[in-house]
Design a protein around this ligand. Sequence first.
Ligand SMILES: [Zn+2]
Length: 720
Amino acid sequence: MPVARILFPLPLPEPFDYLIPDGVEVELGSYVRAPLGPNERTGVVWEIVPDQPDRKLKPLLDVFPTPPMGEAMRRFITFCARYNVAGPGKVLAMVLRSRGGLSPSPMQTAYALTGHRTNRMTPAREKVLDAAREIGPASATELARAAGVSAGVVKALVETGSLSAQRQPTDQPFATPDPHRPGADLTLEQAEAGQALREAVKTGGYQPFLLDGITGSGKTEVYFEAIAQMLVQDPDAQILVLLPEIALTQAVLERFEKRFGAAPAPWHSGLSQVQRRRTWREVAHGRARIVTGARSALFLPFAKLKLIIVDEEHDSSYKQEEGVTYHARDMAVMRAKQENAAIVLASATPALETTVNAEAKRYTRLKLSARPGTAKLPEVSLVDMRSNAPEKGNWLSPVIAKALQSTLAAGEQSLLFLNRRGYAPLVICKACGERLKSPGTESWLTEHRYTGRLVCHLTGWSMAKPDKCPMCGAKDSLMGVGPGVERVAEEVRVLLPEAKVEVFSSDTAKGGEAVRDLVERMAAGEIDVMVGTQIVAKGHNFPNLTLVGVIDADSGLQGGDLRAGERTYQLLSQVAGRAGRAERAGRALVQTYQPENPAMIALAAGDRDGFLQIERDVRAELELPPFGRMAALILSAPDAGMAKQIGLAAGEVAPHGEGITVYGPAPAPIAMLRGRHRLRFLITAPRDVDLSTYMSTWMNALKLPNAARVRVDIDPYSFL
Ligand SMILES: [Zn+2]
């Protein structure tokens, strides 16, 4: 009997061997079940080799009716594991996120219209028949919910013969998108970019693009052209659109639905298990044509992936920092290569890495510079806080205060941006000076006034605000320091008592529904002043918004993060781009204590390319990414003594490598997490060095106590 080498979604070093029993059809990539230790496990056939008769092997148990994982996907898993220095089993675990998707959908009883009308109609019965007409065959519960009546009404209609029961799968296929529906009217520039993408799709093969368009220039409409072309041309081709998790709002899905007449298959952390298994199964069988998802959607087992869009490609949420660390934009480019697919990276403020790839002609750059219609880019002015200081205890300069008043008087909307959730980012005791921290970490507690709690934004730990200092016992001595969005909103309410003021942060808008509600109320003009965190910097469209105020533009520039300047610039230009989207001109006021900082000067001048040039020169000079390579080795231990000891031991076995410099060990950016002490080495190397192999050699040379952990982060993004 031949032998199948099965890769399991577990941290094991390699695939395990099993006999393929007679009569069992197994291919490379088949999803199978096999005994492993005392359990049965799901895995994927990674290799098939001839039988070696002297070995005693267990047979595998059965094969799932899912199409086998394609060769390109298996190569991608191997690449991703090697590049990010993680076991292939751990990468496979990211693919097998929904075991339910491997089996056919469970069946349920659904009720459909028969066309027969009883003469004993009631208003409740009419509602049920209307619902059945609108949503099609559905379970009694779904029909009753849609009609707003009890399930008994549905049952009664079955008895009268107006509805009939039928068995159907619980998980229905996604509606097929229609590429022939008319798109938006494109400007000449948009049409040219759209045509370039259509041509690339026609030619086929791996082709990377940077769709480089200022905020409001219609990037979505342009990449819709590529999607439409792909749908027309290949009835089996699948399309993946990656978006930052927070941008996956209903409004975005509705744009797809409007253009293609069908909502795309969703994939993000907010899905229920049932929604998850439905998307996974439909993707694996090649039936879901368009998938919109967060970074983890990149690991869905597409049957025929031919086009990938990475929207807001500069967004730092594409970097995964827990478990297998990877950058979804970079991995998306690799996946496109393996699948021989086209890929479009879209952004108003492309990452320096992407810009450099475009300049080196590795990516084709498509530029969109004009806004459609009459909309203009807002005018950006810096407010020098040294000469425009707010009153003590306030955070709004007189310049912004005046602008808020005149905007309200004109019946227009304002948006204030501050990237700090809660009321105050730090709570200290006036008596003993203690800064309140989350237990077992170095992370400060943030005061939230709405809930009256002190919250750790890193671990999620929280407590009711105590009336005595937990350290010295002094009464009423705890004081919030610095501004959060809640405190700024309070200041606006005092300044403009008649204005409707709302806070928009992940605390006030938990989940897609709440985000959608706030966005819709803002778009409808029901809010005068919105005070928000980076959540507001995503592509919402507020036609009556004419003033954007940035409360603390400097907060992103502090510390030793190599991307701090770039990120601040990206965030600020996204926020500034919110103002004046429709016919009204907008303006942006940016409060800073460092008006001479190059990032601030470039922002005020709208000089993105000049700004990127400064950043680029600094990084080239220092051989920092993308002009050199960087990795981190993160060690953790349950106590400080062991952490110190393993740090020394790891330093001693660091391999020698040409041009490679090892810094550390130093406390990791998060020095304590969940009670563990963390140390970090930073490793830099010239661009042509294979840093993944170097890091994996180092990992393998480490001998650590059982309680210690080690992890590699290729191209780290966290430095603070
Ligand atoms: Zn105290």
